[in-house]
Write a protein that binds this ligand. Structure first.
Ligand code: CTP
Ligand code: CA
Length: 225
């Protein structure tokens, strides 16, 4: 049993992860989205599964295979992601890696919007706010995961923005990501782990190695090893 604890420290623990972009429809053929590849979230799911956790990965549209031993649920919109997260809870740790679209079109046209039907130039695009999944989970009064982790993709004032975001979202940890370079869609990442009382910057690592660093920290926090 001691040996198993060393090799599979997260055995018996549940991890819930969101990854990838969301896709918000404008009409049956058009959508709003972003450049998230899902690579970092998938790598974190794989790393936690390797440590023995029971992993559920809720993913937006990405071009990635499901990591071994991971239960993957595919969704498209932020609202679907919110629903899938609620269905998948409870969990010991929630890691919000997805690049959730902040806004969605107020209405989705049921038929393709046609150019020749526009009399006053391009059609206006009204947006409304999407649910904040991380904030919703952080604020749960019952059954909140023991550890709630957000990601902060920032192009400037990375640590300051991440600290403010951690407090705003009321999550336990924020992983700050400098996305001013080739991070989005790329294979490497520079991560800074911001907790209530610590800031740890990891060197530029490939996304698998960065994921294993984070998984080790999660394991330490949940199990003491
Ligand atoms: N997030 C979420 N639901 C949203 C928006 C964001 O769960 N509707 C999560 C992301 O998965 C990430 C964290 O919140 O873990 C921070 O996302 P980010 O886009 O950096 O923060 P925002 O509060 O949306 O602020 P902004 O985009 O203006 O920087
Ligand atoms: Ca955002």
């Amino acid at each position: 049993i001691d040996r198993e604890k060393k090799v599979l420290p997260l055995k018996g623990k549940k991890a819930l992860i969101t990854a990838g972009p969301t896709r918000e429809p404008i009409d049956p053929v058009r959508y709003l989205s972003n450049h998230s590849s899902g690579k970092q979230g998938f790598a974190i799911a794989a790393a936690l599964a390797e440590l023995g956790a029971e992993v559920t990965l809720i993913s937006g549209p990405v071009h990635l295979p499901c990591p071994i031993g991971v239960n993957r649920i595919d969704i498209e919109t932020a609202e679907e992601m919110m629903g899938a997260v609620q269905d998948a809870l409870p969990s010991d740790v929630f890691i919000s890696v997805a690049a959730v679209a902040d806004w969605r079109p107020a209405e989705c046209a049921s038929l393709k919007v046609k150019k020749d039907k526009q009399t006053d130039g391009p059609p206006p695009l009204m947006l409304i706010e999407n649910p904040d999944i991380l904030k919703t989970v952080s604020h749960m009064e019952q059954g909140r995961p023991e550890l709630v982790i957000g990601f902060a993709a920032e192009t400037n004032d990375v640590v300051e923005n991440a600290r403010a975001k951690r407090l705003r979202k009321e999550c336990d940890w924020i992983v700050a990501n400098d996305v001013s370079g080739d991070v989005m869609g790329g294979d490497h990442n520079v991560m800074i782990l911001v907790t209530a009382d610590t800031e740890t910057e990891w060197p530029r690592l490939d996304k698998q190695a960065a994921a294993r660093k984070l998984a080790a920290k999660i394991s330490e926090a949940l199990t003491g090893h």
